[in-house]
Design a protein around this ligand. Structure first.
Ligand code: CUA
Length: 369
């Protein structure tokens, strides 16, 4: 299927947001036309009507018109408020990821997009998703700013070094949709694109089953945590641990040295790995070494996914059939006795979360990100 729209050269409407964005867009155009035409017409009309007929003529006295002035104040006020409310509604819809979405990690890099599914499938410059499912992208970049943009979904978001940003959408019809980088990022910026393949659920299940490859993010993170990076030697839990216990912390408030409190979200976990000294948990010494430069963004995503899984948060994954690899693994079982409220990350969990989890918080001002 190719681009078809009721407006020429307009991208297809292929997500639940599309009609909202388009409605707002055409409303703005209609308002612009509705004001421009009378204004231009009035310029010509008055230009003729009040043209100079004789030199130094004395004009008639002008009188105020309350009715006229009230009308031209109230109409623009109402119009601008509808624009504001419409824009705010669409904005909050788009940038508040739902908690029941299927989570996919995206890493931008000059000049490609790397996607990783919760079930372990990896793709480059392609993204396969099922139709009619909420998809949440957790995105970061290895180098410079990029911007993930799917015109047919009418949504985009910057992908920022050193932090996570989020994008979510629900595709409404199967098809192949162009994906772009929408932030100039160097020589091959224009080539940094690809395709989103929206598939029926059964086709998607087949795709998942046919592309089993590599570790899931949780498995990758577990391997790093327990073996390759040796995190477990301090963080395994137990009485004499030098590091904070990580089971069950995700989504909780954490008290830091100095009295500050932060929410243990993706950004906090990431920052604790890269700038451990900047947000030390109360009761612990700032002895953890930084892992900046030692882990790739993909590995960081894995570590975040693993630490989330210790709190029972696995992120919904794609398949519905048993042929696709199950999302949960042994790592989650140990946490299954945790209270269920640990599974509710904050809904407004956007990239620039609260000041407490800002990676550029004062204590990390020596970092060079
Ligand atoms: Cu990446 Cu432009």
């Amino acid at each position: 299927m190719q681009y078809t729209s009721w407006v020429p050269i307009f991208p297809e409407q292929a997500s639940t947001f599309a009609w909202q964005v388009d409605l707002l867009y055409f409303y703005l155009i209609a308002v612009s036309i509705a004001f421009s035409i009378p204004i231009v017409a009035a310029i010509f009309f008055f230009g003729l009507k009040y043209r100079e007929r004789e030199k130094y003529a004395t004009p008639d006295e002008l009188h105020d018109s309350i009715v006229l002035e009230t009308t031209w104040s109230i109409i623009p006020f109402v119009v601008s408020m509808t624009i504001f409310l419409g824009g705010a509604y669409v904005y909050f819809e788009q940038y508040t990821p739902p908690t029941d979405a299927m989570e996919i990690y995206v890493v931008g890099k000059q000049w490609m997009w790397k996607m990783q599914h919760g079930t372990g499938q990896r793709e480059i410059n392609e993204l396969h998703i099922p139709v009619g499912r909420k998809i949440k992208l957790t995105m970061t970049t290895e180098d410079v700013l990029h911007d993930f943009f799917v015109p047919a979904f009418r949504t985009k978001a910057d992908v920022v070094p050193g932090r996570y940003t989020y994008l979510w959408f629900e595709a409404t019809k199967p098809g192949k949709y162009h994906l772009f980088c929408a932030e100039y990022c160097g020589l091959n910026h224009s080539g940094m694109g690809g395709w989103v393949y929206v598939m029926e659920q059964k086709d998607f299940d087949n795709w998942l089953a046919g592309n089993t490859s590599g570790q899931t993010p949780v498995e990758l993170g577990k391997d790093l945590f327990q073996n390759k990076l040796g995190c477990a030697s301090c963080h395994a839990g137990g009485p004499q641990q030098r590091g904070a216990k990580l089971e069950g912390i995700y989504g909780k408030e954490v008290k830091l040295v100095g009295g500050q409190t932060v929410t243990a979200d993706d950004q906090y976990i990431r920052n604790s790995i890269l700038n451990p000294a900047s947000q030390v948990v109360e009761g612990f010494q700032p002895i953890m070494p930084t892992f900046k430069g030692q882990v790739t963004d993909e590995q960081l995503n894995g570590l975040v996914a693993y630490i989330k899984s210790l709190s029972g948060v696995t992120g919904t994954t794609g398949g519905t059939t048993t042929s696709s690899p199950p999302a949960t693994n042994t790592a989650t079982n140990s946490a299954s006795s945790l209270p269920s409220n640990s599974m509710t990350p904050r809904r407004a969990d956007r990239g620039n979360s609260g000041p407490g989890s800002n990676p550029n918080a004062p204590a990390s001002s020596n970092s060079n990100r």
